[in-house]
Design a protein around this ligand. Structure first.
Ligand SMILES: *[C@@H]1O[C@H](CO)[C@@H](O)[C@H](O)[C@H]1NC(C)=O
Ligand SMILES: *[C@@H]1O[C@H](CO)[C@@H](O)[C@H](O)[C@H]1NC(C)=O
Ligand SMILES: *[C@@H]1O[C@H](CO)[C@@H](O)[C@H](O)[C@H]1NC(C)=O
Ligand SMILES: *[C@@H]1O[C@H](CO)[C@@H](O)[C@H](O)[C@H]1NC(C)=O
Ligand SMILES: *[C@@H]1O[C@H](CO)[C@@H](O)[C@H](O)[C@H]1NC(C)=O
Ligand SMILES: *[C@@H]1O[C@H](CO)[C@@H](O)[C@H](O)[C@H]1NC(C)=O
Ligand SMILES: *[C@@H]1O[C@H](CO)[C@@H](O)[C@H](O)[C@H]1NC(C)=O
Ligand SMILES: *[C@@H]1O[C@H](CO)[C@@H](O)[C@H](O)[C@H]1NC(C)=O
Length: 496
C-alpha cells in the first residue's frame, strides 16, 4: 500500500476522471469564479472518493489478513496434531499434497476414490501414513511405496489375513528352499524326500518401526526376498494368506515389481490393467482366487518381460485379447478352470518362440482342431487341454518336440489315431487321452520306446485297438479297458 502513496497513484486516479476536455471563450473574472467553483466541486468530488478509498483499503486489509490466516493453515505439510485419529475430520481436502509430503503423478483425490470418512482403502492408507512418527525419514519413493502397500493391505482386507506377520514361523520347505513341502518326484541324491524346515522371521504389516520390506515375509509360503538392496519392492508374494477384497490400482505405483504371486485366497474384482505398466514384471501369478472380468489388453505392454502368467482357478471370462499374443517372452500360460474362450493360434511359434507350458483345462470354449504348427514350438514341455471340446487328430508333428513331458488331452472330441511317431519322444512322462471315443486305430509297437520315461498312460474310454507292448506294462499308472480289440499286460486277450 505504501508504494501506491509514494507514487501518488491514489490521488492521480480521482483527478483523471474530472471533465477536462471542454473549451470555452476566455474571460478572467468568469475564469477565476469558475476556478473557485471548480476547486469547490473538486473538493466535494474528492472527499467522497477519498472516503471510498479509505473504506475500501480498510475492508481489503481486514479481508486479506483473515483470509491469509486460513490459507497459511491449509497447505501446512503436516497438521500439528498428526497423531490424532479423528476420522470425522471436517477440514476440506484441497489436494493430495495437502498433508503428505509426496506427490503422485496423475493421481488426484478423486481418482484415488478418497473419502473423508476413511472407509476406502486409499483413505485408510492415508490416515495410517499421517500417524507415522517417522514419516519424514522416508524418501518420496519410499513414501509412495509405503502408501501403495498400505492401500494393498486395506484393499485386500489385511485386518483378516491369516498371518499378519511378526515373530517367526517355521514351515516345511522342499530341497530347493521352496516353502510348502512340495512332493519331490526324484529326490536329489536319494535323500529323505528333500523336505526340511525353515524359519521365516517378519515384522507385522503396517508396523511403523520396521521397513516395509520386512512385512512381506508374513506369508509362510514366501519364496523370494521382498526388496532389493535399495529397499525397493520387487516381489509381492502372499500365497494362501486369506486375502479378500480386490486388487487396488495403486499396485501400479510399485513400478519395480518383478514378481507377483497372490492366490489360494478370496481376492475378487478384476485383474487391474495397471499390471501392464509395471515395466519389469516377469511373473504374474493370481491363481485360485475369485477374480472376474476379462484379461486386460494392457498386459500386452509386457511383451519384453512377462514370462509367466498364471490365473487358473478364477472366474475370468471372454477371450484372450489379441495383444496377449505379443508377449514374445512368455513361457508359461496357465488359464485352466475359468470360463474363458481360447483358440490356439496357428502362428504361436512365431509370437511366442520360448513357450513351454500350456495349462488350458476346463475352459468355456477351446474347440476346433490342434494346429500342426504346435510342432514348431520347440520348447514345449507341458500341454494340458483337459475337458474341452477339441476336435480332429493329435498332430504327429508334436513328435519332434524333444522336451515334451506331458500331453493331457482327456475328455475332448479328438479323432484319428495315436501317431506311431510318438515313439520318438525322449522325455514324455504322461500321455492321457481318456474319454476321446473318436480316437481309433492300432496302438503302434513303436510306442514301446516310451518305456524309459513314461509314467502315465491313460487310454480308458477311447476306441484305440491293438496290444499294449510288454515294456509298458510296469508303468506307474496304466489305464485302459481290456477288450477284444485292445489288450496286453494283465488282459486276457481274445484271439481275433
Ligand atoms: C490411532 O489408531 C491406532 C489404530 O487404529 C491405535 O493403535 C492408536 O492408539 C490410535 N492413536 C490415538 C492417538 O488415538
Ligand atoms: C498424465 O495424464 C495426462 C493427461 O491425461 C497424459 O497425457 C499423460 O500421459 C499422463 N502421464 C502419465 C505418466 O501417466
Ligand atoms: C460419511 O459418514 C456419514 C455418517 O456415517 C455418512 O452420512 C456419509 O454419507 C459418509 N460419507 C461418505 C462420502 O461416505
Ligand atoms: C527419523 O529421523 C529422526 C530425526 O532425523 C531421528 O531422530 C529418528 O531416529 C529417525 N527414525 C528412524 C526410525 O530412523
Ligand atoms: C527354527 O527355530 C526354532 C525355534 O527357535 C529352532 O529350534 C530351530 O532350530 C530353527 N530352525 C532352523 C532351520 O533354523
Ligand atoms: C517393532 O515393534 C514391534 C511391536 O512393538 C516389536 O515386536 C518389534 O520387535 C519391533 N521391531 C523393530 C525392528 O524394532
Ligand atoms: C541401488 O541404487 C544404486 C545407486 O543408485 C544403483 O547403482 C543400484 O543399481 C541399485 N540397485 C538396484 C538393485 O536397483
Ligand atoms: C525299456 O525297454 C528296453 C527294451 O525292452 C529295455 O532295454 C529297457 O531296460 C526298458 N527300460 C525300462 C526303464 O524299463
Amino acid at each position: 500500500m505504501t508504494a501506491y502513496h509514494d507514487h501518488g497513484l491514489v490521488h492521480a486516479r480521482p483527478v483523471s476522471v474530472l471533465p477536462t476536455g471542454t473549451v470555452e471563450p476566455f474571460d478572467e473574472e468568469r475564469a477565476s469564479r469558475r476556478k473557485i467553483a471548480q476547486q469547490r466541486s473538486l473538493f466535494y468530488l474528492l472527499v467522497p472518493w477519498a472516503l471510498c478509498v479509505i473504506v475500501l483499503v480498510t475492508v481489503g486489509l481486514i479481508v486479506f489478513l483473515t483470509a491469509g490466516k486460513d490459507t497459511t493453515a491449509a497447505p501446512s505439510p503436516l497438521p500439528e496434531s498428526h497423531n490424532n485419529n479423528n476420522t470425522n475430520d471436517e477440514t476440506p481436502v484441497v489436494g493430495w499434497t495437502w498433508d503428505l509430503p509426496f506427490s503422485l503423478p496423475n493421481y488426484t483425490l478423486h481418482t484415488l476414490k478418497y473419502d473423508t470418512n476413511y472407509t476406502k482403502p486409499q483413505s485408510k492408507a492415508h490416515l495410517w501414513m499421517k500417524n507415522d512418527p517417522n514419516l519424514h525419514n522416508y524418501t518420496e519413493e519410499r513414501l509412495i511405496q509405503r502408501f501403495a502397500m498400505a492401500t494393498f493391505y486395506y484393499a485386500t482386507v489385511g485386518e483378516e489375513w491369516t498371518h499378519q506377520g511378526g515373530g517367526t514361523v517355521t514351515v516345511t520347505a522342499d530341497a530347493a528352499g521352496r516353502p510348502g513341502g512340495r512332493r519331490q518326484l526324484q529326490p536329489p541324491g536319494g535323500g529323505s524326500g528333500g523336505l526340511k524346515e525353515v524359519n521365516i522371521t517378519s515384522e507385522p504389516w503396517l508396523s511403523y518401526n520396521a521397513s516395509e520390506c520386512t512385512w512381506l515375509s508374513s506369508s509362510p509360503l514366501r519364496k523370494k526376498e521382498a526388496c532389493n538392496e535399495n529397499h525397493t519392492l520387487e516381489n509381492l508374494e502372499l500365497l494362501g494368506n486369506g486375502l479378500a477384497g480386490t486388487l487396488p490400482e495403486e499396485l501400479g505405483l510399485l513400478t519395480s515389481l518383478t514378481y507377483i504371486k497372490l492366490g489360494k485366497d478370496n481376492i475378487g474384482g478384476t485383474i487391474i490393467s495397471q499390471f501392464g505398466s509395471l515395466p519389469k514384471l516377469w511373473g504374474l501369478h493370481l491363481f485360485g482366487s475369485r477374480l472376474t472380468g476379462t484379461i486386460p489388453s494392457e498386459l500386452g505392454l509386457l511383451s519384453n518381460t512377462l514370462k509367466g502368467f498364471a490365473v487358473q482357478g478364477n472366474f475370468l471370462s471372454g477371450s484372450l485379447p489379441s495383444e496377449f499374443w505379443q508377449l514374445r517372452e512368455l513361457k508359461e500360460l496357465r488359464i485352466a478352470n475359468n470360463p474363458l474362450e481360447l483358440s490356439i493360434p496357428n502362428g504361436m511359434h512365431k509370437y511366442m518362440p520360448k513357450f513351454r507350458v500350456l495349462y488350458a483345462a476346463r475352459l468355456a470354449t477351446l474347440d476346433g482342431s490342434l494346429p500342426t504348427t504346435l510342432g514348431l514350438l520347440t520348447g514345449l514341455s507341458h500341454f494340458n487341454i483337459e475337458e474341452n471340446a477339441v476336435t480332429g487328430p493329435l498332430p504327429s508333428e508334436l513328435a519332434t518336440l524333444t522336451k515334451l513331458g506331458s500331453i493331457i488331452a482327456s475328455n475332448n472330441h479328438l479323432t484319428g489315431s495315436l501317431p506311431s511317431e510318438y515313439g520318438l519322444f525322449h522325455s514324455l512322462e504322461s500321455l492321457d487321452l481318456r474319454g476321446n471315443m473318436g480316437m481309433v486305430g492300432p496302438f503302434s509297437p513303436e510306442l514301446a520306446n516310451l518305456n524309459d520315461t513314461l509314467e502315465v498312460l491313460d487310454l480308458q474310454d477311447t476306441s484305440i485297438t491293438g496290444t499294449i507292448p510288454e515294456e509298458l506294462c510296469g508303468l506307474e499308472s496304466l489305464n485302459f479297458a481290456c477288450s477284444p480289440s485292445l489288450c496286453g499286460c494283465d488282459c486276457t486277450c481274445m484271439e481275433l
